[in-house]
Design a protein around this ligand. Structure first.
Ligand SMILES: [Zn+2]
Length: 133
């Protein structure tokens, strides 16, 4: 039927309505850009360096031996020594907890007291119960 055909392109406005969603500044990517030293973390080169560092460290935290939530730490921070950003000698594998401690120490920050208390409380609960005599 001919009358039917007319309806096919009835809704060209719907596409246009979606356009503003892609406005700059709205995406996470756009936000990450501009933070000093941040951009290397999305590069293929960093992906590779991170893998090599983890493999060298046998996929375990060099501090505590944990194999969970591994991250790769820069001994000399990227902002201080960008030329060492991908240098394996400047990288070490840490679990998230050790990384946090390391980063705090690096920045001269005292760990948040409430957070520390919470963590030790959780660790206490996670410990196997001792049998009472
Ligand atoms: Zn660790």
């Amino acid at each position: 039927m001919r009358t039917h055909r007319r309806r096919v392109r009835r809704d060209p406005g719907s596409r246009r309505r979606n356009a503003p969603l892609r406005a700059p500044g709205e995406t996470g990517e756009a936000r990450a850009v501009g933070v000093a030293g941040r951009s290397i973390y999305s590069s293929k080169r960093w992906e590779r360096a991170r893998f090599l560092a983890k493999r060298r460290d046998k996929f375990a935290c060099v501090q505590c031996g944990s194999r969970n939530k591994l991250e790769v730490h820069h001994l000399r921070p990227v902002r201080a020594a960008p030329e060492l950003a991908f240098d394996l000698r400047n990288l070490k594998t840490l679990c998230r907890d050790c990384h946090e401690v390391e980063t705090n120490r690096e920045l001269g920050r005292v760990p948040d007291a409430a957070q520390t208390a919470w963590k030790s409380a959780v660790a206490e609960l996670a410990r196997p119960h001792r049998k009472e005599k």
